[in-house]
Design a protein around this ligand. Structure first.
Ligand code: NAD
Ligand code: UDP
Length: 338
């Protein structure tokens, strides 16, 4: 298939691009580069041996979306483009509703204009809110505690309405748990601007000496060691989940489906620190800090539906997640030294 990736130059999009090319699909990336760098395209070419086109533009620009869909003959869209920082969404909600919700609406309009009706959407485990039971399956009630989460919920609702109104649509909603790690080559990975919000990039930067110490947000949760438990999933496994979901939804009789992409296994913050230190033979100084607002104690997936319906499951373990994150961090250090 010919697939358009909105936000394709970003962390998850770039990994999905490599997985799609190695499964024989044609890919074009569309990105406004607000949180990524066009140089990633050279690295994708080095990994895949294929020059993947990047069209620079904004998903809120309907003409630009129409142009790229038609020019490249896209048959399906995987929609990653969005803003994703929880704290920033609380401070600047309009920016989040505009970019994420209006952007998705414009994308849907352009897709309908161009008669493209197959869509895979990046949602998040954040839509489960405070877990009422664990592991979280797709039938768990949804709620949101911040504007970022609300944009994901609103988009999910929009997609359900669109699929209900017109049976031509084939839509997959993928609820990611905690994507971490990097491609084995070390060429692409997660490199947030400024101080990272997420645990794994923060740990990598402390290990590299770019940040002094990790603040562990709370050690008094109802978890085995008191620190927060999450379902970390290797980004390459996550990428393979997209290929499986796209292929399943394209030939599905159902207009819309929702799948968790997680491992089903939770690790605490201190387990992550210990694993990163052990596997990479580095030191990650930390101190215990107050809880972070809005955090839940534990969050992990039931990956059963994806296993059953997509024939997909995550295979890469915590060692691979930590080793690949560190390989990417070392690669960044080499690049910065050049
Ligand atoms: P990312 O920031 O690395 O990638 C998003 C890409 O979208 C960036 O390249 C950015 O430049 C682009 N973009 C943003 N707004 C755009 C717009 N208006 N027009 C065109 N391009 C635009 O983030 P990521 O980690 O790769 O996340 C991808 C998607 O997955 C996002 O929708 C995010 O909310 C979702 N998600 C991410 C995580 C995670 O932990 N990384 C977890 C759950 C869900
Ligand atoms: N965390 C932490 N220090 C940090 C960043 C995160 O202790 O600097 C903890 C956080 O409280 C949570 C876990 O690490 O228990 C994962 O946080 P992240 O922000 O990566 O993901 P999310 O909260 O979205 O699941």
């Amino acid at each position: 298939m010919k697939i358009l990736l909105t936000g394709g130059a970003g962390y998850i999009g770039s990994h999905v691009a490599t997985a799609l090319v190695s499964s024989g699909h044609d890919v074009v990336c569309f990105d406004n580069l607000s949180n990524s760098d066009a140089a990633v395209m050279d690295r994708l070419e080095a990994i895949t041996g294929t020059a993947i086109p990047l069209v620079e533009g904004d998903i809120r620009d309907r003409d630009a979306m129409r142009y790229v869909l038609q020019e490249y003959g896209a048959e399906a869209v995987i929609h990653f483009a969005g803003l994703k920082a929880v704290g920033e969404s609380v401070a600047e909600p309009i920016k989040y509703y505009d970019n994420n919700v209006r952007g998705t609406l414009t994308l849907l309009e352009a897709m309908a204009d161009c008669d493209v009706h197959t869509l895979v959407f990046s949602s998040s485990a954040t839509v489960y809110g405070q877990p009422q039971y664990l592991p979280l399956d797709e039938n768990h009630p949804t709620s949101a505690t911040n504007p970022y989460g609300r944009t994901k919920l609103m988009i999910e609702e929009m997609l359900r309405d669109v699929a209900a109104a017109d049976s031509k649509w084939r839509i997959a909603i993928l609820r990611y748990f905690n994507p971490v790690g990097a491609h084995d080559s070390g060429l692409i990975g997660e490199n947030p601007n400024g101080i990272p919000n997420n645990l794994m990039p923060f740990i990598s930067r402390v290990a590299a000496g770019r940040l002094a110490e990790l603040s562990v947000f709370g050690d008094d949760y109802d978890t085995p060691d008191g620190t927060g438990v999450r379902d970390y999933i290797h980004v390459v496994d996550l990428a393979e989940g997209h290929v499986a979901a796209l292929e399943a939804v394209a030939k599905s009789g159902q207009p819309i489906s929702t799948w968790n992409l997680g491992t089903g296994q939770g690790y605490s913050v201190l387990e992550m620190v210990e694993a990163f230190e052990r596997i990479n033979d580095v030191s990650v100084p930390y101190r215990i800090a107050p809880r972070r607002d809005g955090d839940v104690a534990s969050c992990f997936a039931s990956p059963e539906r994806a296993a059953r319906e997509l024939g997909w499951k995550a295979n890469r373990d915590l060692d691979a997640m930590c080793a690949s994150s560190w390989r990417f961090e070392r690669m960044l250090a080499t690049r910065n030294a050049d």
